[in-house]
Design a binder for this molecule. Structure first.
Ligand code: ACO
Length: 377
């Protein structure tokens, strides 16, 4: 086909109606399930947020209790899934590969034929998959999920083997809510594309995890933490930023394809991180984070005066996840723990009003080759 307007990366193309989230990149606003991200992130439990996305309303207290118990009852892994994760850990597979394998295996002992059942299983089981992989990788026995604990608290308890303190739980919960959904980002669009073929929601989640793994999507907070640690040791953010920009490098945690002002999620997470570090009496590290941001924004403004490069979500994700005790190797997998709620809500939304996703490519190959039999080539 010829003649269509080319839109590489589908940039600016509207392909679906959604009630799940909306981004205003110029104003720096994000609405999730009808609430400004600032309201949802700081007030909701993760279970409440997922209920909101799935049902399009907040649960009553009784509904929330039931939903929480329902999710908690779907957290266990079968022995075969443990074997997959043990092997992935022994072979040194990255966390996102282990997550994809473990999630696929986690359908062995769960009935996921019905889409809404599959959605709940995916959201409930991903933290167990990630934590079990991590325990094997650390040479420790996995910690069984505790159905009495909420989603965020249980994840931290399974990772560390110790009961987490309330500040860490609240910090993680704020993170999970903040990044649960963000329009038709690459992994969410991947999930919708898979569902649009009338495939199943677990397949959609494993495909979405594959998309999230890439460094242009979910892979930035690890390098941000390295940068912050280096500067915390040297005490000289200005030198670090100057050297990076002079070397033509991009400063991780700054700039965004959609936002032209400070990413509203950075705002929410900076407040959460500040509160967490103050409560943990580790203001030293947080001082470095703030100082780094101020210096970086100044120097970036000089470096690219015609393009406003502001702080993005990954900058404070690194600070917050590090603070609450999530290992750096699990940053992207923890993003998946959060985003799985969005993936599943989008999958169900797509299914409810489905149209097969099928864009077209513009053919730029030749049309007039003549065939030469193989023995004459
Ligand atoms: N540091 C230094 N320069 C930058 C940065 C940065 N962080 N971001 C953009 N620029 C520069 C580019 O080099 C480019 O300069 P040029 O015109 O001289 O080539 C100019 O600004 C425009 O860059 P684009 O790539 O067109 O900007 P885009 O909006 O497409 O990129 C992106 C967005 C990929 C996030 C970019 O800002 C970046 O690489 N940031 C660092 C990595 C990062 O933090 N990623 C996480 C993003 S948040 C998320 O995905 C959840």
């Amino acid at each position: 086909m010829t003649g269509q307007q080319l839109r590489p990366g589908l940039e600016g193309v509207t392909v679906a109606e959604t009630r799940l989230s909306d981004i205003d990149g110029e104003a720096g606003e994000l609405v999730i399930g009808g609430f400004p991200v600032e309201t949802l992130a700081t007030n909701a439990t993760y279970e409440e947020t997922v209920f909101l996305l799935l049902e399009d309303r907040l649960p009553s207290a009784a509904e929330l209790d039931a939903f929480r118990a329902d999710l908690a009852s779907r957290r266990e892994l079968c022995e075969e899934t443990h074997a997959v994760l043990r092997r992935a850990a022994e072979d040194g597979e990255p966390a996102m590969d282990a997550l994809r394998m473990g999630l696929a295996a986690a359908t062995l002992d769960a009935d996921t034929d019905e889409p809404s059942e599959a959605a709940k299983r995916v959201v409930a089981v991903i933290p167990t998959v990630v934590a079990a992989y991590w325990r094997y990788r650390s040479g420790e026995a996995p910690v069984a999920p505790d159905p009495e604990l909420g989603h965020a608290e249980n994840y931290l308890a399974m990772l560390t083997g110790d009961p987490p303190d309330d500040h860490a739980v609240r910090g993680l919960e704020t993170y999970l809510n903040t990044v649960v959904d963000h329009g038709l980002n690459a992994s969410t669009f991947t999930a919708r594309t898979v569902v649009s073929t009338e495939s199943d929601l677990v397949s959609a989640a494993t495909a979405a995890a594959g998309a999230l793994k890439g460094p242009l999507h979910g892979g930035a907070p690890g390098p941000v933490l390295e940068m912050l640690r280096t500067v915390h040791e040297s005490g000289d953010p200005e030198r670090y930023v100057r050297e990076a920009l002079d070397a033509g490098e991009r400063l991780m945690g700054f700039g965004h394809r959609v936002y032209r002002v400070r990413d509203p999620r950075a705002e929410v997470l900076s407040t959460a991180a500040e509160r967490f570090y103050a409560a943990a009496a580790e203001t030293d590290f947080y001082d470095t984070v703030e100082q780094f941001e101020t210096v970086a924004l100044d120097l970036l403004a000089d470096h690219k005066p015609d393009r406003r490069l502001a702080t993005n979500v990954e900058f404070y994700t690194a600070a917050l996840l590090h603070g609450v005790g999530v290992p750096r190797a699990l940053f992207t997998a923890t993003f998946a723990v959060a985003r799985s709620g969005g993936w599943m809500a989008h999958g169900l939304e797509q299914l409810a009003d489905n149209r097969l996703v099928r864009p077209v490519g513009r053919y730029v190959g030749t049309r007039d080759r003549s065939w030469t039999p193989v023995e004459q080539r």
